[in-house]
Design a protein around this ligand. Structure first.
Ligand code: PMV
Length: 330
């Protein structure tokens, strides 16, 4: 199946709805996976091998302003026009092509992102999610959050979780058309929980998560073990969230992220998103825990760490990591 088949299935007649004449705006928070998505069962539809669980980062994310343009598609990200020959532009336009029946309408897309782009901080997740929310408004589709989540997944897998805030679970689904592979929010709220961004540099990553995932699935001898662990971690994490057991939550999240990176190290050619700074910070976090400070980390397809801590321990953690930027989640 192709992406366009899924779009037709979801939108049907709505594909021909006229666009609103005034610009629309939509915000989507970025999300950080606590139980990771790493590996696809269908790389066209971004269907995952496992379910995953994330936390949406409050006001950190993307605002997309969308309007109809007369001549050509124009994409502006954080004030800069994106060159038409860039991979990002092509990826975005290919996505937008799914939503116009002929090339008779053009879009003006203005995206403001308040997190570093393409550095493993899930900027594609909030970017595609906010774009889908904006399209939904521009064409008055009035889609359900389930359908919005499925459409966002076609842009970038993890984007399907950015449609919701708080704790979000992406159900992997088993259908070949992916109609049962979408994200839904968990009911729990946990106002004491904070995420700390530890950003080491603003460079773009050198290998995309898409390519890294594929290589891991194809070459890592550890991948079957990951499928098992991902499943167990998800069950245990949902329990930790229900019971507000921070130590459990932190431990599962950290172990899950480290296992994902171990998979990458065991792929061939090997993949590593670590910088020396990443490893130094990890050692420091383990040292702090030995001293009784409850702080954990997770890491995605980039060198940065995201710390997990409770509100009452923020100041103490900050004294060891002065550059940390705290994000209030709830
Ligand atoms: O959706 P993608 O292709 O950007 O991949 C996301 C991969 C991780 O961020 C590492 C894990 C996750 O679940 O978000």
């Amino acid at each position: 199946l192709k992406k366009s088949d899924v779009v037709h299935f979801i939108l049907g007649e709505r594909l021909h709805y006229p666009a609103s004449s005034s610009p629309v705006r939509a915000f989507a928070a970025t999300n950080i996976a606590l139980c990771k998505y790493w590996g696809k069962r269908d790389s066209e539809l971004n269907l995952p091998m496992t379910s995953s669980l994330s936390i949406s980062l409050g006001d950190k994310g993307a605002i997309t302003e969308l309007s109809i343009h007369n001549k050509e598609d124009k994409v502006i990200v954080n004030g800069k026009e994106i060159p038409h020959d860039s991979t990002f532009y092509k990826r975005l336009i290919a996505f937008l092509d799914l939503f116009r029946s002929s090339r008779t309408i053009y879009f003006n897309i203005v995206i403001q992102v308040n997190i570093p782009i393409a550095a493993g901080l899930a900027s594609s997740a909030c970017g595609f999610a906010s774009l889908v929310l904006a399209l939904n408004q521009l064409f008055h589709w009035e889609l359900s959050t389930k359908d919005l989540s499925i459409l966002a997944r076609l842009g970038s897998g993890s984007a399907c979780r950015s449609i919701k805030s708080g704790f979000v679970e992406w159900h992997k689904g088993i259908e070949t058309d992916g109609m049962d592979s979408y994200a839904a929010a968990l009911p729990e709220i946990w106002p004491e929980l904070y995420v700390g961004l530890l950003i080491f540099n603003k460079q773009e990553k050198n290998i995309s998560s898409r390519e890294a995932m594929q290589r891991t699935v194809n070459t890592s001898a550890l991948y079957p073990a990951w499928l098992e662990k991902a499943n167990q971690d998800l069950i245990a994490m949902k329990k930790a969230i229900q019971e507000k057991d921070f130590l459990q939550l932190g431990q599962i999240a950290e172990s899950n992220a480290l296992t994902m990176h171990a998979l990458m190290l065991s792929a061939w050619p090997p993949i590593s998103y670590f910088l020396p700074e990443t490893l130094i910070a990890m050692q420091k976090i383990w040292e702090l825990r030995k001293q009784g400070i409850p702080v954990y980390f997770t890491q995605d397809a980039g060198p940065h760490l995201k710390l997990l801590a409770l509100q009452k321990n923020k100041t103490e953690v900050q004294s060891h990591f002065p550059s940390v930027e705290w994000v209030r989640v709830f």
